[in-house]
Write a protein that binds this ligand. Structure first.
Ligand code: FAD
Length: 488
Protein backbone atom coordinates (compact mmCIF):
# COMPACT_ATOMS: atom_id res chain seq x y z
CA UNK A 1 0.00 0.00 0.00
CA UNK A 2 1.20 3.54 -0.75
CA UNK A 3 0.87 5.85 2.25
CA UNK A 4 1.65 9.56 2.50
CA UNK A 5 4.03 9.82 5.44
CA UNK A 6 3.23 13.52 5.82
CA UNK A 7 -0.23 12.48 7.13
CA UNK A 8 0.05 8.78 7.93
CA UNK A 9 2.93 7.54 10.05
CA UNK A 10 1.65 4.00 10.58
CA UNK A 11 4.99 2.20 10.30
CA UNK A 12 5.24 -1.39 11.48
CA UNK A 13 7.46 -1.87 14.52
CA UNK A 14 9.90 -3.88 12.43
CA UNK A 15 10.43 -4.94 8.81
CA UNK A 16 12.55 -7.62 7.21
CA UNK A 17 13.82 -5.04 4.76
CA UNK A 18 13.89 -1.28 4.62
CA UNK A 19 14.66 0.18 1.18
CA UNK A 20 15.36 3.89 0.82
CA UNK A 21 14.57 5.47 -2.54
CA UNK A 22 11.84 4.48 -5.00
CA UNK A 23 13.52 4.83 -8.38
CA UNK A 24 14.11 1.86 -10.73
CA UNK A 25 16.50 0.15 -8.26
CA UNK A 26 14.37 0.60 -5.13
CA UNK A 27 11.05 -0.30 -6.78
CA UNK A 28 12.56 -3.44 -8.34
CA UNK A 29 13.99 -4.62 -5.03
CA UNK A 30 10.86 -3.80 -3.04
CA UNK A 31 8.55 -5.71 -5.36
CA UNK A 32 10.81 -8.77 -5.66
CA UNK A 33 11.34 -9.07 -1.93
CA UNK A 34 7.73 -8.41 -0.94
CA UNK A 35 6.58 -10.92 -3.59
CA UNK A 36 8.96 -13.43 -1.96
CA UNK A 37 6.93 -13.01 1.23
CA UNK A 38 9.02 -10.55 3.25
CA UNK A 39 7.79 -7.48 5.10
CA UNK A 40 9.23 -4.53 3.19
CA UNK A 41 9.24 -0.78 3.82
CA UNK A 42 9.99 1.32 0.73
CA UNK A 43 10.74 4.90 1.78
CA UNK A 44 10.49 7.63 -0.86
CA UNK A 45 11.45 11.22 -0.13
CA UNK A 46 9.24 12.79 -2.80
CA UNK A 47 5.52 12.51 -3.47
CA UNK A 48 3.52 11.25 -6.43
CA UNK A 49 4.53 14.26 -8.53
CA UNK A 50 7.42 16.67 -8.86
CA UNK A 51 7.52 19.37 -6.17
CA UNK A 52 10.11 22.16 -5.86
CA UNK A 53 10.31 21.47 -2.12
CA UNK A 54 11.48 17.88 -2.56
CA UNK A 55 13.62 18.68 -5.58
CA UNK A 56 15.55 21.43 -3.79
CA UNK A 57 16.84 18.82 -1.32
CA UNK A 58 18.97 17.64 -4.27
CA UNK A 59 20.69 21.04 -4.54
CA UNK A 60 24.45 20.71 -4.47
CA UNK A 61 27.47 22.73 -5.47
CA UNK A 62 29.89 21.85 -8.23
CA UNK A 63 33.61 22.57 -8.32
CA UNK A 64 34.72 20.45 -11.26
CA UNK A 65 33.07 20.08 -14.63
CA UNK A 66 29.45 21.21 -14.55
CA UNK A 67 27.05 18.26 -14.45
CA UNK A 68 23.72 19.88 -13.51
CA UNK A 69 23.19 17.38 -10.68
CA UNK A 70 20.04 18.92 -9.27
CA UNK A 71 18.27 19.48 -12.58
CA UNK A 72 18.80 16.06 -14.14
CA UNK A 73 17.84 13.83 -11.21
CA UNK A 74 14.17 13.73 -10.23
CA UNK A 75 13.22 13.43 -6.56
CA UNK A 76 9.79 11.80 -6.47
CA UNK A 77 8.16 8.37 -6.83
CA UNK A 78 9.79 6.61 -9.80
CA UNK A 79 12.94 8.72 -9.45
CA UNK A 80 14.82 9.69 -12.57
CA UNK A 81 12.93 7.08 -14.60
CA UNK A 82 10.29 9.83 -14.82
CA UNK A 83 12.38 11.34 -17.63
CA UNK A 84 14.98 8.78 -18.67
CA UNK A 85 15.32 8.14 -22.42
CA UNK A 86 15.18 4.32 -22.31
CA UNK A 87 18.38 3.44 -24.18
CA UNK A 88 19.53 0.00 -23.05
CA UNK A 89 22.85 -1.70 -23.70
CA UNK A 90 24.21 -4.46 -21.45
CA UNK A 91 27.68 -4.70 -19.98
CA UNK A 92 29.87 -7.22 -21.82
CA UNK A 93 32.33 -9.82 -20.53
CA UNK A 94 35.31 -7.52 -21.13
CA UNK A 95 33.88 -4.86 -18.79
CA UNK A 96 34.52 -7.32 -15.96
CA UNK A 97 37.56 -9.18 -17.27
CA UNK A 98 39.79 -6.23 -18.19
CA UNK A 99 40.85 -4.03 -15.24
CA UNK A 100 41.09 -0.28 -15.87
CA UNK A 101 44.66 0.99 -16.46
CA UNK A 102 44.51 3.15 -13.30
CA UNK A 103 45.43 2.72 -9.63
CA UNK A 104 42.06 1.31 -8.51
CA UNK A 105 41.00 -2.21 -9.45
CA UNK A 106 38.13 -3.28 -11.68
CA UNK A 107 35.26 -5.56 -10.75
CA UNK A 108 35.69 -8.28 -8.11
CA UNK A 109 33.01 -10.35 -9.89
CA UNK A 110 32.75 -11.63 -13.44
CA UNK A 111 30.21 -11.09 -16.18
CA UNK A 112 28.74 -14.53 -15.52
CA UNK A 113 27.61 -13.24 -12.10
CA UNK A 114 25.18 -10.75 -13.62
CA UNK A 115 24.45 -12.24 -17.04
CA UNK A 116 21.70 -14.57 -15.64
CA UNK A 117 19.70 -11.48 -14.62
CA UNK A 118 19.70 -9.86 -18.07
CA UNK A 119 16.40 -11.36 -19.24
CA UNK A 120 14.68 -10.26 -16.00
CA UNK A 121 16.04 -6.72 -16.28
CA UNK A 122 14.95 -6.51 -19.94
CA UNK A 123 11.45 -7.56 -18.95
CA UNK A 124 11.30 -4.88 -16.24
CA UNK A 125 11.98 -2.13 -18.79
CA UNK A 126 9.56 -3.65 -21.33
CA UNK A 127 12.05 -4.98 -23.85
CA UNK A 128 10.50 -7.91 -25.70
CA UNK A 129 11.42 -11.35 -24.42
CA UNK A 130 14.36 -12.80 -26.33
CA UNK A 131 14.95 -9.56 -28.25
CA UNK A 132 18.49 -9.21 -29.55
CA UNK A 133 20.50 -6.03 -29.01
CA UNK A 134 20.79 -5.04 -32.63
CA UNK A 135 22.74 -2.60 -34.73
CA UNK A 136 21.26 0.14 -36.91
CA UNK A 137 24.27 0.16 -39.25
CA UNK A 138 27.39 -1.77 -40.24
CA UNK A 139 30.65 -1.39 -38.35
CA UNK A 140 33.74 0.31 -39.76
CA UNK A 141 36.28 -1.87 -41.53
CA UNK A 142 39.47 -1.23 -39.57
CA UNK A 143 38.60 -3.42 -36.58
CA UNK A 144 38.49 -0.47 -34.18
CA UNK A 145 34.75 0.24 -34.38
CA UNK A 146 31.92 -2.22 -34.64
CA UNK A 147 28.28 -1.29 -34.99
CA UNK A 148 26.78 -0.38 -31.61
CA UNK A 149 24.05 -2.71 -30.40
CA UNK A 150 21.23 -1.45 -28.24
CA UNK A 151 17.49 -1.55 -27.63
CA UNK A 152 15.07 1.20 -26.69
CA UNK A 153 12.73 0.83 -23.72
CA UNK A 154 9.37 2.63 -24.37
CA UNK A 155 10.82 4.21 -21.94
CA UNK A 156 9.35 2.55 -18.86
CA UNK A 157 8.16 5.02 -16.21
CA UNK A 158 8.48 2.99 -13.02
CA UNK A 159 5.91 4.84 -10.90
CA UNK A 160 3.21 4.44 -13.55
CA UNK A 161 4.00 0.90 -14.67
CA UNK A 162 4.30 -0.47 -11.14
CA UNK A 163 1.60 1.71 -9.50
CA UNK A 164 -0.84 -1.10 -8.80
CA UNK A 165 1.89 -3.54 -7.74
CA UNK A 166 3.20 -0.94 -5.26
CA UNK A 167 -0.35 -0.43 -4.01
CA UNK A 168 -1.44 -4.07 -3.83
CA UNK A 169 1.55 -6.31 -3.07
CA UNK A 170 0.99 -7.88 0.37
CA UNK A 171 3.74 -7.14 2.88
CA UNK A 172 4.87 -3.97 1.10
CA UNK A 173 4.46 -0.56 2.75
CA UNK A 174 5.44 2.32 0.48
CA UNK A 175 5.78 5.66 2.27
CA UNK A 176 6.02 8.76 0.09
CA UNK A 177 7.16 12.14 1.49
CA UNK A 178 9.32 10.08 3.83
CA UNK A 179 12.90 11.38 3.79
CA UNK A 180 15.91 9.50 5.06
CA UNK A 181 17.91 11.97 7.18
CA UNK A 182 20.30 9.68 9.06
CA UNK A 183 21.59 6.11 9.25
CA UNK A 184 21.89 4.91 12.85
CA UNK A 185 24.68 2.36 13.27
CA UNK A 186 25.23 0.19 16.34
CA UNK A 187 29.01 -0.24 16.53
CA UNK A 188 28.86 -3.09 19.07
CA UNK A 189 26.54 -5.20 16.92
CA UNK A 190 28.12 -4.12 13.62
CA UNK A 191 24.62 -3.51 12.30
CA UNK A 192 22.51 -0.63 11.19
CA UNK A 193 19.83 -0.34 13.86
CA UNK A 194 17.49 2.12 12.12
CA UNK A 195 16.98 4.62 9.33
CA UNK A 196 15.94 7.99 10.71
CA UNK A 197 13.22 9.54 8.57
CA UNK A 198 11.58 12.96 8.51
CA UNK A 199 8.43 14.43 7.02
CA UNK A 200 8.43 17.97 5.60
CA UNK A 201 7.62 19.47 9.02
CA UNK A 202 10.79 17.98 10.50
CA UNK A 203 8.95 15.28 12.46
CA UNK A 204 11.41 12.41 12.83
CA UNK A 205 10.98 8.72 13.51
CA UNK A 206 13.09 5.56 13.33
CA UNK A 207 12.34 2.81 10.80
CA UNK A 208 13.66 -0.56 11.97
CA UNK A 209 14.42 -3.59 9.83
CA UNK A 210 16.70 -6.60 9.70
CA UNK A 211 18.35 -5.40 6.51
CA UNK A 212 18.61 -2.00 4.87
CA UNK A 213 19.21 -1.03 1.23
CA UNK A 214 20.16 2.44 0.03
CA UNK A 215 18.73 3.06 -3.46
CA UNK A 216 18.77 6.85 -3.73
CA UNK A 217 21.01 7.26 -6.77
CA UNK A 218 24.79 7.56 -6.79
CA UNK A 219 25.08 11.04 -5.29
CA UNK A 220 22.57 10.53 -2.46
CA UNK A 221 23.76 7.00 -1.58
CA UNK A 222 27.22 8.42 -0.90
CA UNK A 223 25.79 11.52 0.76
CA UNK A 224 23.75 9.55 3.29
CA UNK A 225 26.67 7.25 4.13
CA UNK A 226 29.01 10.21 4.62
CA UNK A 227 26.37 12.14 6.57
CA UNK A 228 25.92 9.40 9.18
CA UNK A 229 27.73 10.38 12.40
CA UNK A 230 27.42 6.87 13.84
CA UNK A 231 28.95 5.20 10.76
CA UNK A 232 31.84 7.70 10.94
CA UNK A 233 32.30 7.23 14.71
CA UNK A 234 32.49 3.45 14.23
CA UNK A 235 35.17 3.89 11.54
CA UNK A 236 32.93 2.31 8.88
CA UNK A 237 32.97 5.58 6.95
CA UNK A 238 36.54 6.85 7.01
CA UNK A 239 37.85 10.18 5.79
CA UNK A 240 40.45 8.33 3.71
CA UNK A 241 37.88 5.78 2.49
CA UNK A 242 36.42 5.58 -0.99
CA UNK A 243 32.83 6.56 -0.20
CA UNK A 244 31.89 9.39 -2.55
CA UNK A 245 35.07 8.94 -4.56
CA UNK A 246 35.49 7.56 -8.08
CA UNK A 247 32.40 9.43 -9.27
CA UNK A 248 32.06 8.56 -12.96
CA UNK A 249 29.92 9.82 -15.80
CA UNK A 250 29.67 8.92 -19.45
CA UNK A 251 31.29 11.61 -21.53
CA UNK A 252 29.36 13.30 -24.29
CA UNK A 253 32.15 15.00 -26.20
CA UNK A 254 31.49 17.47 -28.98
CA UNK A 255 34.02 15.66 -31.18
CA UNK A 256 33.53 17.75 -34.30
CA UNK A 257 31.74 17.51 -37.57
CA UNK A 258 31.71 15.28 -40.60
CA UNK A 259 30.90 15.37 -44.26
CA UNK A 260 29.35 12.21 -45.60
CA UNK A 261 30.32 11.22 -49.10
CA UNK A 262 27.39 11.68 -51.42
CA UNK A 263 25.22 8.59 -51.68
CA UNK A 264 25.87 7.59 -48.06
CA UNK A 265 22.41 8.67 -46.92
CA UNK A 266 21.66 10.76 -43.85
CA UNK A 267 20.54 8.18 -41.30
CA UNK A 268 22.30 8.47 -37.95
CA UNK A 269 25.09 5.98 -37.38
CA UNK A 270 26.29 4.49 -34.11
CA UNK A 271 29.62 2.78 -33.59
CA UNK A 272 31.23 1.16 -30.55
CA UNK A 273 34.89 0.55 -29.82
CA UNK A 274 35.98 -3.08 -30.14
CA UNK A 275 37.82 -4.96 -27.37
CA UNK A 276 40.82 -4.99 -29.71
CA UNK A 277 40.82 -1.17 -29.78
CA UNK A 278 40.64 -0.98 -25.97
CA UNK A 279 43.52 -3.45 -25.60
CA UNK A 280 45.71 -1.81 -28.24
CA UNK A 281 45.33 1.76 -26.95
CA UNK A 282 44.85 1.02 -23.23
CA UNK A 283 41.86 3.29 -23.57
CA UNK A 284 38.27 3.27 -22.35
CA UNK A 285 35.30 2.13 -24.38
CA UNK A 286 33.04 4.45 -26.28
CA UNK A 287 29.93 4.82 -28.35
CA UNK A 288 30.14 7.34 -31.19
CA UNK A 289 27.03 8.77 -32.82
CA UNK A 290 27.22 10.54 -36.14
CA UNK A 291 24.05 12.43 -36.92
CA UNK A 292 23.05 14.90 -39.56
CA UNK A 293 22.15 18.33 -38.23
CA UNK A 294 18.52 19.23 -38.82
CA UNK A 295 19.24 22.92 -39.34
CA UNK A 296 21.92 22.17 -41.91
CA UNK A 297 19.51 19.90 -43.73
CA UNK A 298 17.01 22.73 -44.07
CA UNK A 299 19.60 24.61 -46.10
CA UNK A 300 19.89 21.71 -48.51
CA UNK A 301 23.18 20.10 -49.43
CA UNK A 302 25.89 22.20 -47.87
CA UNK A 303 28.11 21.52 -50.85
CA UNK A 304 26.03 23.85 -52.96
CA UNK A 305 26.11 26.64 -50.40
CA UNK A 306 29.82 26.17 -49.98
CA UNK A 307 30.43 26.23 -53.69
CA UNK A 308 28.49 29.47 -53.98
CA UNK A 309 30.41 31.06 -51.10
CA UNK A 310 33.78 29.92 -52.41
CA UNK A 311 33.07 31.50 -55.79
CA UNK A 312 31.79 34.66 -54.17
CA UNK A 313 34.86 34.91 -51.95
CA UNK A 314 37.18 34.48 -54.91
CA UNK A 315 35.32 36.99 -57.07
CA UNK A 316 35.23 39.61 -54.34
CA UNK A 317 38.61 38.86 -52.76
CA UNK A 318 37.04 38.87 -49.30
CA UNK A 319 37.54 35.28 -48.29
CA UNK A 320 38.74 36.14 -44.78
CA UNK A 321 35.77 38.45 -44.18
CA UNK A 322 33.22 35.81 -44.97
CA UNK A 323 35.13 33.11 -43.15
CA UNK A 324 32.48 32.96 -40.47
CA UNK A 325 29.84 32.18 -43.09
CA UNK A 326 32.07 29.69 -44.84
CA UNK A 327 32.83 28.13 -41.49
CA UNK A 328 29.15 27.64 -40.91
CA UNK A 329 28.86 25.58 -44.03
CA UNK A 330 32.34 24.10 -44.25
CA UNK A 331 32.19 21.71 -41.34
CA UNK A 332 29.81 19.57 -43.28
CA UNK A 333 26.64 17.72 -42.79
CA UNK A 334 26.64 16.52 -39.27
CA UNK A 335 27.95 16.39 -35.74
CA UNK A 336 29.59 13.63 -33.76
CA UNK A 337 28.59 13.02 -30.17
CA UNK A 338 29.72 10.27 -27.85
CA UNK A 339 29.02 8.17 -24.80
CA UNK A 340 32.55 7.46 -23.58
CA UNK A 341 33.80 5.56 -20.56
CA UNK A 342 35.42 7.50 -17.72
CA UNK A 343 37.91 5.52 -15.66
CA UNK A 344 37.56 5.49 -11.86
CA UNK A 345 39.57 8.29 -10.30
CA UNK A 346 39.60 9.08 -6.57
CA UNK A 347 39.80 12.85 -7.21
CA UNK A 348 36.41 12.80 -8.94
CA UNK A 349 34.23 12.86 -5.87
CA UNK A 350 31.23 13.79 -3.77
CA UNK A 351 32.12 15.44 -0.45
CA UNK A 352 30.09 16.85 2.43
CA UNK A 353 29.72 20.60 2.98
CA UNK A 354 29.18 22.28 6.37
CA UNK A 355 25.84 23.68 5.18
CA UNK A 356 22.73 21.54 5.79
CA UNK A 357 19.46 21.26 3.88
CA UNK A 358 16.10 22.13 5.43
CA UNK A 359 15.78 18.62 6.91
CA UNK A 360 19.24 18.75 8.52
CA UNK A 361 21.24 16.59 6.09
CA UNK A 362 24.69 17.91 5.11
CA UNK A 363 24.74 19.23 1.55
CA UNK A 364 27.31 17.97 -0.90
CA UNK A 365 29.76 19.28 -3.44
CA UNK A 366 30.38 17.36 -6.66
CA UNK A 367 33.90 17.63 -7.97
CA UNK A 368 33.57 15.87 -11.30
CA UNK A 369 37.02 15.75 -12.88
CA UNK A 370 38.64 13.83 -15.70
CA UNK A 371 42.13 12.36 -15.65
CA UNK A 372 44.84 12.14 -18.29
CA UNK A 373 43.59 8.59 -18.95
CA UNK A 374 40.21 9.98 -19.97
CA UNK A 375 41.78 12.59 -22.25
CA UNK A 376 43.77 9.74 -23.81
CA UNK A 377 40.56 7.75 -24.41
CA UNK A 378 38.85 10.74 -26.04
CA UNK A 379 41.86 11.46 -28.25
CA UNK A 380 42.22 7.82 -29.37
CA UNK A 381 38.53 7.42 -30.14
CA UNK A 382 38.36 10.74 -32.02
CA UNK A 383 41.45 10.26 -34.12
CA UNK A 384 40.80 6.61 -34.94
CA UNK A 385 37.23 7.42 -35.93
CA UNK A 386 38.44 10.17 -38.27
CA UNK A 387 40.94 7.75 -39.85
CA UNK A 388 38.32 5.03 -40.25
CA UNK A 389 35.79 7.40 -41.81
CA UNK A 390 38.35 8.38 -44.44
CA UNK A 391 39.75 4.86 -44.93
CA UNK A 392 36.34 3.31 -45.50
CA UNK A 393 35.38 6.08 -47.90
CA UNK A 394 32.43 7.06 -45.72
CA UNK A 395 33.36 10.72 -45.59
CA UNK A 396 35.58 13.19 -43.80
CA UNK A 397 35.74 14.09 -40.14
CA UNK A 398 36.90 17.45 -38.81
CA UNK A 399 37.82 16.99 -35.19
CA UNK A 400 37.65 19.87 -32.72
CA UNK A 401 41.14 20.96 -31.61
CA UNK A 402 40.61 19.92 -28.00
CA UNK A 403 40.17 16.29 -29.03
CA UNK A 404 43.80 15.82 -30.01
CA UNK A 405 45.37 18.77 -28.12
CA UNK A 406 44.82 17.57 -24.54
CA UNK A 407 46.09 20.87 -23.11
CA UNK A 408 42.92 22.65 -24.33
CA UNK A 409 39.73 22.63 -22.24
CA UNK A 410 37.17 20.10 -23.41
CA UNK A 411 33.70 20.90 -24.69
CA UNK A 412 31.56 18.17 -23.21
CA UNK A 413 28.32 17.46 -21.44
CA UNK A 414 27.30 14.71 -19.03
CA UNK A 415 24.73 12.00 -19.71
CA UNK A 416 23.26 12.08 -16.18
CA UNK A 417 24.66 8.58 -15.65
CA UNK A 418 26.05 8.86 -12.13
CA UNK A 419 28.24 5.93 -11.12
CA UNK A 420 30.96 4.65 -8.83
CA UNK A 421 30.57 6.52 -5.53
CA UNK A 422 30.10 3.34 -3.46
CA UNK A 423 32.18 1.12 -5.69
CA UNK A 424 32.20 -2.68 -5.45
CA UNK A 425 35.56 -4.18 -4.56
CA UNK A 426 37.25 -7.16 -2.98
CA UNK A 427 38.23 -5.18 0.13
CA UNK A 428 37.49 -1.98 2.04
CA UNK A 429 40.85 -0.62 0.89
CA UNK A 430 39.66 -0.43 -2.70
CA UNK A 431 35.90 -0.03 -2.40
CA UNK A 432 32.79 0.54 -0.33
CA UNK A 433 30.62 -2.53 -0.94
CA UNK A 434 31.57 -6.17 -1.29
CA UNK A 435 30.57 -8.55 -4.07
CA UNK A 436 27.10 -8.88 -2.47
CA UNK A 437 26.63 -5.07 -2.43
CA UNK A 438 26.99 -5.05 1.39
CA UNK A 439 28.83 -2.07 2.90
CA UNK A 440 32.20 -3.21 4.28
CA UNK A 441 32.21 -3.20 8.09
CA UNK A 442 28.47 -3.75 8.40
CA UNK A 443 26.35 -6.84 8.63
CA UNK A 444 23.05 -5.60 7.22
CA UNK A 445 23.55 -2.44 5.13
CA UNK A 446 23.41 -2.78 1.32
CA UNK A 447 23.58 -0.43 -1.66
CA UNK A 448 21.70 -0.65 -4.97
CA UNK A 449 22.06 1.37 -8.15
CA UNK A 450 24.96 2.43 -10.34
CA UNK A 451 26.90 3.80 -7.36
CA UNK A 452 28.18 0.21 -6.92
CA UNK A 453 29.71 0.14 -10.42
CA UNK A 454 33.46 -0.49 -10.18
CA UNK A 455 33.84 0.64 -13.77
CA UNK A 456 31.18 2.25 -15.91
CA UNK A 457 32.00 0.93 -19.37
CA UNK A 458 30.15 2.73 -22.13
CA UNK A 459 26.79 1.05 -21.71
CA UNK A 460 23.75 2.92 -20.43
CA UNK A 461 23.51 2.17 -16.71
CA UNK A 462 19.84 1.54 -15.92
CA UNK A 463 19.23 -1.94 -17.33
CA UNK A 464 22.55 -3.18 -15.86
CA UNK A 465 21.76 -1.66 -12.45
CA UNK A 466 18.50 -3.61 -12.56
CA UNK A 467 20.51 -6.80 -13.13
CA UNK A 468 22.40 -5.98 -9.94
CA UNK A 469 19.14 -5.22 -8.12
CA UNK A 470 17.69 -8.60 -9.11
CA UNK A 471 20.88 -10.32 -7.99
CA UNK A 472 20.76 -8.46 -4.66
CA UNK A 473 17.09 -9.38 -4.17
CA UNK A 474 17.99 -13.04 -4.66
CA UNK A 475 20.89 -12.76 -2.20
CA UNK A 476 18.75 -11.11 0.47
CA UNK A 477 15.94 -13.59 -0.01
CA UNK A 478 18.43 -16.44 0.59
CA UNK A 479 19.99 -14.65 3.57
CA UNK A 480 16.59 -14.10 5.19
CA UNK A 481 15.56 -17.71 4.52
CA UNK A 482 18.75 -18.96 6.16
CA UNK A 483 18.16 -16.71 9.19
CA UNK A 484 14.55 -17.79 9.32
CA UNK A 485 15.55 -21.48 9.15
CA UNK A 486 18.17 -20.99 11.89
CA UNK A 487 15.65 -19.23 14.13
CA UNK A 488 12.93 -21.88 13.61
C1 FAD B 1 17.49 13.02 -19.04
C2 FAD B 1 17.98 11.65 -18.65
C3 FAD B 1 17.97 10.63 -19.59
C4 FAD B 1 18.45 9.36 -19.23
N1 FAD B 1 18.41 8.39 -20.16
C5 FAD B 1 18.88 7.16 -19.87
C6 FAD B 1 18.89 6.14 -20.85
O1 FAD B 1 18.48 6.34 -21.98
N2 FAD B 1 19.37 4.92 -20.49
C7 FAD B 1 19.83 4.66 -19.24
O2 FAD B 1 20.26 3.54 -18.98
N3 FAD B 1 19.81 5.62 -18.28
C8 FAD B 1 19.35 6.86 -18.56
N4 FAD B 1 19.33 7.83 -17.60
C9 FAD B 1 19.78 7.48 -16.23
C10 FAD B 1 18.66 6.83 -15.42
O3 FAD B 1 17.62 7.75 -15.23
C11 FAD B 1 19.24 6.36 -14.06
O4 FAD B 1 20.27 5.42 -14.32
C12 FAD B 1 18.20 5.69 -13.17
O5 FAD B 1 17.07 6.49 -12.96
C13 FAD B 1 18.83 5.38 -11.81
O6 FAD B 1 17.93 4.65 -11.02
P1 FAD B 1 18.05 4.62 -9.43
O7 FAD B 1 16.87 3.91 -8.93
O8 FAD B 1 19.38 4.11 -9.04
O9 FAD B 1 18.04 6.17 -8.97
P2 FAD B 1 16.93 7.30 -9.18
O10 FAD B 1 16.13 7.07 -10.39
O11 FAD B 1 17.68 8.59 -9.10
O12 FAD B 1 15.98 7.16 -7.92
C14 FAD B 1 16.38 7.52 -6.62
C15 FAD B 1 15.14 7.69 -5.75
O13 FAD B 1 15.56 7.97 -4.41
C16 FAD B 1 14.73 8.99 -3.86
N5 FAD B 1 15.49 9.66 -2.78
C17 FAD B 1 16.59 10.43 -2.90
N6 FAD B 1 17.00 10.87 -1.69
C18 FAD B 1 16.15 10.35 -0.78
C19 FAD B 1 16.06 10.42 0.64
N7 FAD B 1 16.93 11.13 1.38
N8 FAD B 1 15.06 9.74 1.26
C20 FAD B 1 14.16 9.01 0.54
N9 FAD B 1 14.20 8.93 -0.81
C21 FAD B 1 15.19 9.58 -1.46
C22 FAD B 1 14.44 9.88 -5.05
O14 FAD B 1 13.30 10.69 -4.85
C23 FAD B 1 14.26 8.87 -6.17
O15 FAD B 1 12.93 8.44 -6.28
C24 FAD B 1 18.90 9.11 -17.91
C25 FAD B 1 18.91 10.14 -16.97
C26 FAD B 1 18.46 11.41 -17.33
C27 FAD B 1 18.49 12.50 -16.33
Amino acid sequence: MIKDYQRDKSLRSAYDLCIVGAGPAGITLALRLAQAGWRVALLEGGGHEFTPRSQQLYTCTSTGLEMYAHETRLRYLGGTSNHWAGRCRPFTASDFAVPPPVDVPGWPISYSDIEPYLAGAMDIVDLPQGAQFHAINEGLDGGEFEADRFLLSPPTRFAQKYASALEDTPGLDVFINCNCVDLLFDEGAGRLQAVLVSDYDGKRQQVKARNYILAMGAIENARQLLNSGSLAAAGVMRKDGLTGRCFMEHLNIDMGTFILKSGEGTDPRQYFTTDAFVAEYQAGKGNVQAAVLADVQTYGRTAEVKHFLENLACEMGVSSKIEFVAKFSCPGDGVISTLIEQFPNAQSRISLLDERDELGVAKVNVNWVLSDHDRHTIKCIGSELAKQFAATGLGFVKLNDFVYDTSLPLKLSPHAHHMGTTRMAASAETGVVDADCKVFGTDNLYVAGSSVFATGGASNPTMPLLQFALRLAEHLDQKLRLQHGAAA
